[in-house]
Design a protein around this ligand. Sequence first.
Ligand code: FMN
Length: 180
Amino acid sequence: MSKVLVISTSLRAGSNSDILTESLIKGARDAGHEVEHISLKGKDLRFCIGCLVCQKTQTCVLKDDAVWIAEKVKNADTLVFATPIYYYEMSGQMKTLLDRMNPLYPSDYRFRKIYLLMTAAEDEDDVPEKAVSGLQGWVDCFEKAELAGTLFCGGISDPGQASGKSEEQGEAYEFGKSLE
Ligand SMILES: Cc1cc2nc3c(=O)[nH]c(=O)nc-3n(C[C@H](O)[C@H](O)[C@H](O)COP(=O)(O)O)c2cc1C
């Protein structure tokens, strides 16, 4: 059993990636994992200013929600990020969050397995590539961790549309069940 932290990054009402995240969480809980879910909706999340003070102090000079989220990320066994594809990349808010996790770089972080769930309007195989590659770049900097799996659900566009997508919900559930 792992301590799983799920971070969903879409900010819109009726988010498709949130809907599939709920299926993923059900699967993870059914597999016996302890799951905590954080949505970035309503969070105060500012851009990293690059001062690098955190590399000495392991805390950020910006006092917003990224500070306590970083603490949760640090102490989880498994991380799951959920993002809509924006211009063939992860959402800007997800990238901002990853940058703000910089205080963890010199820390004794616990996480080892990282997963990514993505939704997009288009359904071609190359649509998620850059988002996966972007997260891989972050994971590569945390040498004890690995990008252990990704799930791309394309062909989902309007808010709430994922509610009617039982096949994708099933895939997300199985993805959640397969987390390590
Ligand atoms: C700013 C923006 C950029 C987008 N760029 C893409 C894109 O490059 N490719 C694509 O297939 N869909 C794109 N979409 C559509 C979303 O990925 C799609 O609607 C997805 O289901 C949204 O997930 P959400 O409801 O969880 O936010 C974009 C949507 C927005 C708002």
